[in-house]
Each structure stands twice: as C-alpha cells, then as structure tokens.
Design a protein around this ligand. Sequence first.
Ligand SMILES: Nc1ncnc2c1ncn2[C@@H]1O[C@H](COP(=O)(O)OP(=O)(O)O)[C@@H](O)[C@H]1O
Ligand SMILES: [Mg+2]
Length: 357
Amino acid sequence: MVLFKDMLHSDQTIFKNQDALDTEFIPKILPYREKQQRYIALCIAPLLQDRTGKNLLICGTPGIGKTATIKYIFKDLENETDDVIPIYINCWQKNTTFKIIVAICEELGYKFTQNKRTEELFTIIKNMLNKKSVVFAFDEIDKIEDFDFVYTVLEEIYKKTILLITNYKEWLSKLDERIRSRLGADIIEFQAYDLKETRDILKQRINYAFYPSVFESDALDVISKKTFETKDIRTGLHLMKEAGIAAENESCKKIEIEHANKALQKIDDFSIKKSADLESQTRLLLEIIKENPAKKSGELFEIYQQKGGSDSYRSFHRKLKSLETSRFITIKRIEGGKEGKTSIIEYNSSSKKLTEF
Ligand SMILES: Nc1ncnc2c1ncn2[C@@H]1O[C@H](COP(=O)(O)OP(=O)(O)O)[C@@H](O)[C@H]1O
Ligand SMILES: [Mg+2]
C-alpha cells in the first residue's frame, strides 16, 4: 500500500549506532584538528627517543575537540609503543592531589591503595613510571583544588610531557607564575569550528550513527547552523539524536527538516551550553533527574545505577550537591516522617535558571 510505504515498522530503526552520538565517542579520524595533533605529538616525540618531552597548556571553549584530540593521540601512542605511558585524568572528577595519585595507581593496575598516604602512593607510582616515559593529560585542570601533584610530577618523574587542558583561557593567565615558569610550557588555543567545518564533523557522525541516506541534507543544514552558533559540537550531537527520535516517533524513515526544527524547538540554548560543560557522569545524573521528577535521592541513585552510573553513593551525593550549587536542580530537604530526613530532587527549568543566575 502506497500510504504506508515510507513508514517504519515496529522492529525497524533509523539509528545504526546511537552510541556514536555520545560525547565520549571518538571517531576514527578527527578532521580539522590535524595541526593541533601534530603540535602535541611533537611535544611528546622526544619521549620516544628516551629524552624528556615538552609541556603544554591547552585552552579553548567547550565542545571543540580538546578532549577528543588528546584521547585520539593517546590511542595512537598506545598503538605505536609500550615505552611511553599515557595517563589521562579528568580533574573535575579527581580534584585533589590524593585523588589524582589514587587514579594514577588504578591506571597502572596497582590496587592496594587503601590506608596509604599520598607520599607512600606517589613513591610506588614513581618507581613504576620512571622505568619508562609518561605523558600526563590533566583535563579540566581549572577544577583542581591543589597543585601539589604538578610540583611532585615535575620534580620526580624524569621523562615526561605534561598537558594541562582548560575551557577557560582566563584561567591560564591567572595561573601561578611559579608553576608556569617551572612548567616552561607553550600555550596553544583551539579555535571554534567555522560553519563548513561544523557541518563536515556532524556529517561524519551521521555516517556512524544512522543508516545510509536517512538524514536529509537540509535537516543537517539547520542543525549545523545552530551548532555553529553555539560553537559547541555537542549541541549538534544532541540535536541529531533528538531529530532522529522525532522522526522515529512519527514512524518516518527519513530525518527531514521538520524533525530538525522540532529538535531545535525542544532545546534551550542555555541548558545545552551549560550542561555541555559538565562531566559525563554528572550529565547522566542530570538527564535522569530531568526524566524522573520529584524523586527521593535514594530512588534516583537506584535509577542512576541501572542506567550504568559508576559512582559510589558518596560521589553521587557530592554530584547532587554540586548540581544544586550551580542551580541545575533544587533539593528539598524534608524533616520527619517515618523515614526520618529525606530529600526530594527537582530539575530546574531554564526560566528558573535564567532568572536566578
Ligand atoms: N574535529 C572533530 N572531529 C570529529 N568529532 C569532533 C571534532 N571535534 C569535536 N568533536 C566531537 O565533539 C564532541 C565534543 O568534543 P570534546 O573533545 O569533548 O570537546 P572539549 O574537550 O573541547 O570540550 C565530542 O563528541 C567529539 O568527538
Ligand atoms: Mg573536554
């Protein structure tokens, strides 16, 4: 029957691989970041010749491929040699010297970290790392509470490159002169993509995420334009996913401009821009809170775990508090009742955030 020809059946989907629209997904090639990749690789290159590397400060607004570039280089390095150890740390999650040292222990496969002091643990990793060369990437370095680990690594790890990455250029200029001169680092700034680059990057992602020819070119145009305006590739990933869902909801086999427009209507710039800046576990948590209004924190923790959340209850709780501080959510604390104290968590709609900010 002609009427139903272009409709999806219940067992059909237009998504080939929806995971390819996640921020954490790293494509096989990263277009438009070749120059930066080469520059960073040159800083690491001396390590391959058993010499020490060059340190680097990297800045640029959110969602323009800084983390992706580092992870891409690390993957390449791992394929090339066993003599240089890449260590990637996100300082939003690991924001103290102690947490960073424990994370490095975990990366190196050293499990007996309990009841040991920072210095003890550092001696252990120092002995392991100084047998080889190391590249450290400390991402979102502006979230760090103390810099002891930088000094320690500078002094006690012999052959290394240290990469410090931040979304905030101003933060770099405020960085303590002592650290800066000790690092002797170059600074590179990533620039946002232009409209064509943005479109090409999103197009590449479409090929990973959707079946061939389902995403219409003018739908991509609309999404590319909006993404270019927000200067954040994550906006595009989010919109492509939403547009795909909108098409599927209508049992449509193609993603057309109207689905892209529907996706656009749904987003509010503000929440996307702000939430793009959150680390992935926090983002997962925020999504869950949005989808499950007025839940108690214990209930949310259960949902969070079911959805693959990897934090302990304590870190989960800490994330809730930080979301409350930045006013993404409201926590209503209720005294009494048969369960004693309980907290009800509510997502803040954009209007509330806008007026309160
Ligand atoms: N040049 C690029 N090619 C392909 N994907 C990219 C490129 N730049 C950014 N992305 C994608 O955009 C998203 C955001 O990039 P990310 O590296 O996390 O940004 P940043 O660390 O600068 O905030 C990721 O999903 C990443 O894969
Ligand atoms: Mg990043």
